[in-house]
Structures are given as structure tokens and as C-alpha cells.
Design a protein around this ligand. Structure first.
Ligand code: HEM
Length: 399
């Protein structure tokens, strides 16, 4: 299967400026949905698929929209892994890794530790009266929780966050910068050492973690497959919970009437989570490659064509979500696409939902009294492949 970096015959070509997309991709997506729902975008080197129904349709056809993208930077960074495999290999790897991330396991095995870590981070902040909740709270919390669920006992939250940044930089290293590859190589070596220690520890004594689950899988997973899957989870499991925490907290601090209602009725936190993930999706798009010729959105894509499923755009599709650009936790329920769909539906969805909506937000808003956005330090949203706040500067009354 060749992968032509060229438009399919008949596909509209739309020039988009990457800096503008990073700044705010939503106006460009609205235009694409209206005029060219499948468009070749030269700066991205892919066809962008932007309407909700088309993305859902593509996700129902994994045998057509393959996850085995040729020449992907992710493959170069971590090697073959579950995210970039199709069934049956994907199914075997997913079945081995997934059990510790299911809702019951999250509640029974991990929730108490998630809560303890959140309290410890807030203990350190409470007297300060000001913080950047992204760097000082959300990122270390997401990293520590990930280390726990993966079973990386010797890695600190700082290590995990650092490795995650190195992996993500490499996955987006389209400019082929040698320093970025070097940093990623150092991170992957360190992850391999940490995984090897964890594998040794759980071989005789299973501990319920993702690594333990892969080591003891009924359908065996090789040591390299374990390494690579851990790398991919580290690369993608820190920034998304961090970003959904940050964007949701920011949205509430700018809408006191919604915040007041959530504080009175904690059941609303779950709706706030789903609406935040829909409104500003932490992952904006992900790639697929056509395994066979297929017609979608009025264009016949030849086998090998590169496509990006732009879920951030599908999540703002006005034909599905009324007033789609507004943040409204009370909107009628329609399933959003922020966790993807089909066989690769996010494995960490229940981990993220619990750590953010049941623990991080309720604790931050109850412990930091009078929490408000800091004046004169505007927080900026950034990114289109991944999107979130670069900082969340807040102040509160000290005890
Ligand atoms: C709000 C937080 C999160 C969001 C929005 C999110 C989003 C996504 C999306 C869109 C995909 C599909 C990508 C594709 O099909 O190419 C995905 C896959 C995945 N996610 Fe997440 N994610 C989040 C948190 C997490 C966490 C905390 C973990 C780890 C505990 C995690 C682990 C994974 C894994 C392993 C996959 C690959 C699944 C497979 O290929 O079968 N995610 N995620």
C-alpha cells in the first residue's frame, strides 16, 4: 500500500496556515464543513475529513480507514504499537492492556490513590494563594496517576511528564530537528529501563496494573510490544486529562452562574467533563490511511490516501450540536467524538473521566476558596492536533 502525499483526483485543495490553525482552528473547520468536507490540505499533507457523520462513518469501517499509517512519526518514535495496528494484532494488544482501565478497576484499584495525590498537590499549594494550575497541579496529577495505572513504580511524576513531552515533540517533529529526536531517544531508553524493572516485579507478583496485565495476558504480548505500548500511553496519557481539566476549570471560572450550579449539584461535573471534551477537544485530529478505494464526502479516495479525522471539527458540527461554539453543559445529550470511535476508542476514557470530574475539579474548587482567574495574566489556548491552555493562572484566599 503506497501512501501518496497528494490529493485524490477530484478532491478540493484548501490552503491552511498552520500558525493560524494552532491559534484557532475552529473558523477554518466551519468553512471546511460548509464548503469542502473532505479537502486536501497541502500544509498538513492529508485530506481533512471534518463533518461529524462522515467521521462516524469512517470509524465504523476500520478495514477501509486503516490505523497502519506508513511513515508515521509515532512509529518512528515508539515502534509498532496498539494505536497504529489494525485487527487482529490490535485486538490482541488491546485485550492485554485494557482491563486495568475499565470503570470498576478505576473505582476499586486507582481512585483512592488519585485522590491522595490530588490532596498532596493541593497541600503544597494552598498557602500560596496563586498558581498556574496547569504546571502546578493538572500535569503532575495526570503524570502521577498514569505512572500508577501503568505500574511504573520507580518513575516519578516529573519523569513521566518529561518523557511525555519528549515523545509528543518527536511525534510532531515534521521539521526533522535532530535535538528533538535525541531527546526522544533518551526518553525511550529511560522508559525501557523503567518498564524492564516493572516487568521483573510483576512477573511473580501481579499488581493489577497495565504492565502486569500485559505480562500475564492469555494471548501473549512480547517484551518489545509491552515497551512500545507503554511508550505510546506515556506519549498520549498526560496532556489530555491535563488539558480537559484546564479548559473546563477556565470555562467555569468565566461563567459563575454555571459554576454555582455545579458546586450545588456535584452530579453535574460529569456533564461538564463531556461538554469540555466536546467544546475544545484535547486531541483535535488523528490519521488514517485508506486500505482500499473508498468514496466519502463526494470524493473517491484511492487506496493509500492519507486522511485526518478531525474530531475537533465533528464536535462543532452544527447539524448535530446546536450553538456548537458555545460551552453549555446543559445541552441535549449527543455522543461527542473526543475519545475517538471504533476499535481504537480511547483506552483511558474512564481513567480520565474519574481523575478529572470526580477528583480534580471538585477538590480544587472546594479547597481553594474564592478561586478566580488571575488579573493581567491572560491564559492562551494553543494547538490544533492537541489543544489546551498553555497556563491557567489563578488566585484564591489563603487560609
Ligand atoms: C480527556 C482525556 C483523553 C482524551 C480526550 C483521549 C483521546 C483519545 C483518542 C481520540 C484516541 C483515539 C486515537 C486514534 O484512534 O488514533 C485515544 C486512544 C487511546 N488513548 Fe486516550 N485520551 C484521553 C486520555 C487517555 C488516558 C488517561 C490514557 C491512559 C491511561 C489514554 C490511553 C489511550 C490509548 C492506549 C489509546 C489507544 C487505544 C487503541 O488503539 O486501542 N488516553 N485517546
Amino acid at each position: 500500500m503506497s501512501a501518496p502525499a497528494a490529493p485524490a483526483p477530484g478532491a478540493p485543495v484548501v490552503e491552511l496556515d498552520l500558525a493560524e490553525l494552532r491559534d484557532d482552528p475552529y473558523p477554518a473547520y466551519a468553512e471546511l464543513r460548509r464548503t469542502a468536507p473532505l479537502a486536501w490540505v497541502p500544509s498538513v499533507g492529508r485530506h481533512l475529513l471534518t463533518r461529524y457523520e462522515d467521521i462516524v462513518r469512517a470509524e465504523k469501517l476500520p478495514e477501509v480507514f486503516s490505523s497502519r499509517e506508513e511513515g508515521s512519526l509515532l512509529l518512528r518514535t515508539v515502534g509498532p504499537n496498539l494505536l497504529r495496528e489494525d485487527d487482529p494484532v490490535h485486538r490482541r494488544l488491546r485485550a492485554a492492556a485494557e482491563p486495568p482501565t475499565r470503570p470498576r478497576q478505576v473505582r476499586d484499584l486507582w481512585a483512592a490513590s488519585f485522590e491522595r495525590t490530588a490532596h498532596q498537590l493541593l497541600d503544597r499549594l494552598e498557602d500560596r494563594g496563586e498558581a498556574d494550575l496547569i504546571a502546578d497541579f493538572a500535569e503532575p496529577l495526570a503524570a502521577a496517576n498514569l505512572a500508577l495505572v501503568l505500574g511504573l513504580r520507580t518513575a516519578s511524576a516529573h519523569d513521566i511528564a518529561d518523557w511525555s513531552r519528549a515523545m509528543m515533540a518527536a511525534n510532531g517533529n515534521y521539521a526533522d530537528e535532530p535535538d528533538i529526536w535525541l531527546r526522544a531517544e533518551r526518553a525511550t531508553r529511560a522508559i525501557e529501563d523503567a518498564v524492564a524493572e516493572a516487568v521483573d516485579a510483576v512477573t511473580d507478583t501481579p499488581d493489577g496494573s497495565v504492565i502486569s496485565s500485559m505480562v500475564h495476558a492469555a494471548d501473549p504480548v512480547s517484551p518489545t510490544e509491552i515497551q512500545n505500548n507503554v511508550k505510546v500511553v506515556i506519549g498520549g496519557g498526560v496532556n489530555e486529562p491535563r488539558d480537559v481539566f484546564g479548559v473546563g476549570a477556565w470555562a467555569l471560572l468565566r461563567r459563575p452562574e454555571v459554576l454555582e450550579r455545579v458546586l450545588k449539584d456535584p452530579a453535574v461535573w460529569k456533564r461538564v467533563f463531556e461538554e469540555t471534551a466536546r467544546w475544545i477537544s484535547p486531541i483535535g485530529m488523528y490519521p488514517r490511511q485508506l486500505a482500499q478505494d473508498h468514496e466519502i464526502a463526494g470524493v473517491t479516495l484511492p487506496a493509500g490516501s492519507r486522511v485526518a479525522l478531525v474530531i475537533a471539527s465533528g464536535n462543532r458540527d452544527e447539524s448535530v450540536f446546536e450553538r456548537a461554539d458555545e460551552f453549555d453543559p446543559d445541552r441535549p445529550h449527543r455522543p461527542h467524538l473526543a475519545f475517538g470511535g471504533g476499535p481504537h476508542f480511547c483506552m483511558g476514557a474512564w481513567v480520565a473521566r474519574h481523575e478529572v470530574s470526580a477528583i480534580a475539579w471538585p477538590l480544587v474548587f472546594s479547597r481553594l476558596k474564592g478561586l478566580r482567574l488571575a488579573e493581567n495574566t491572560p491564559d492562551r489556548l494553543d494547538g490544533w492536533v492537541f489543544r489546551g491552555l498553555t497556563s491557567l493562572n489563578v488566585t484564591w484566599q489563603t487560609p
